[in-house]
Design a protein. Structure first.
Length: 77
């Protein structure tokens, strides 16, 4: 964005584009962490009740970890 666009964005929105990007990135990570806690807790409950085996449970944990690392690499500078 050039200086005029940044000034217009800040005048209309009240915050800078950098702050907006930070808030959106934080929301993405918060949603991902909430989903991850839900997914891992659900998988753990299934594993504890022997509806999932240990390999399936670890698959859920590894997929969540991979997704978190990928988004960290893509979204954080």
């Amino acid at each position: 964005m050039n200086a005029a666009q940044i000034t217009a964005f800040q005048a209309n929105g009240g915050i800078t584009p950098l702050m907006t990007a930070s808030v959106l990135t934080s929301c993405v990570f918060a949603a991902l962490l909430l989903w991850g806690v839900w997914a891992i807790r659900t998988a753990y409950s299934g594993w504890a009740e022997q509806r999932l085996n240990q390999r399936q449970f670890l698959g859920v944990v590894i997929r969540f970890t991979a997704m978190y690392l990928a988004l960290t690499f893509v979204l954080l500078p």
